[in-house]
Design a protein around this ligand. Sequence first.
Ligand code: NAP
Length: 309
Amino acid sequence: MAYGTSPRRIALVGIGKIARDQHVPALQASSEWDLAATVSRSGSIEGVEAHDDFDGFLEARPDIEVISLCLPPQPRFDYAKKALLARRHVMLEKPPGQTLAEVHELQRIAEKQGVTLFASWHSRMAAGVAAAKSRLVERVVQSLRITWKEDVRKWHPGQDWVFAPGGMGVMDPGINALSILTEILPEPVHLTAAELEFPENRDTPIAARLEFSGNVSAEFDWRQEGPQTWDIEIETNKGPLALREGGARLYVDGSEQKLLDHPGEYPSLYARMADLVGRGASDVDLAPMIHVADAMTLGRRVTAAPFEF
Ligand code: NAP
């Protein structure tokens, strides 16, 4: 923050798991931001002005110019559209919407209103991602394999929205891997085949295997108990690279690289949002979501055992 400027007021909407785990700590630790209000039907944060109605909040606090939406994707479009029409700058949790067209519409409104729209991808801010990207500039990628296996009961406890239409199922974490893929690869790839496992009692997949051009593949599974796996392994003409732990650790030719001190994914996202608002710019990259939409279009459906939390 420039010397002498005061923190920018921001409101958080949807006080649930990710708001409490990441957004609130990142904002409260930042000198650039003042967490001035929350909007949630039932949640609140101690010491922060709480609203339970979004229309009422927009009317009551026109001085809060920035709104960060931590809602699941299904209700997000309606909230984002209202916020943009009320001339607020908007930051979206990932994935930025239920559909691509929703996000295109938000982009159009943001542009017309002259406000910032930031479709955030927190995994792109992981400590090893920028370093991996710069290493790949000097190498030819021969193959890349993503393994993203985690326990849905641990990361989305009781969150039925992930299995409802628009919730994306295992693509909800999988899109984090795809956000890294689309960031680090020097040349774009496209999906060529997919197999999606849908629990017989649910509307979204619990596991997926994706194949892309360029010898790129991905395996996502939400049924992994015990150790969790978020790995990207890359073979190149000059030896292997690997990103592990969701991009937090980088290995080149088998040895772990020392990474620069890193503020963390969410502090980095909010620093980016402050920069975008300051410059009057937007950042909406839909490349990760295009791969998910393509997998849903091209994927072969396999029925899996019913799933209950
Ligand atoms: P969550 O806890 O289930 O939901 C967040 C909050 O959104 C809820 O507490 C709820 O607050 C509000 N909400 C839910 N459904 C709503 C509806 N239909 N209308 C209005 N408000 C509604 O979800 P989350 O885990 O925080 O995930 C939210 C977003 O963050 C998702 O897009 C997810 O992909 C992303 N994310 C999650 C994680 C994670 O570890 N869980 C990590 C990174 C990113 P009120 O009921 O109080 O209004």
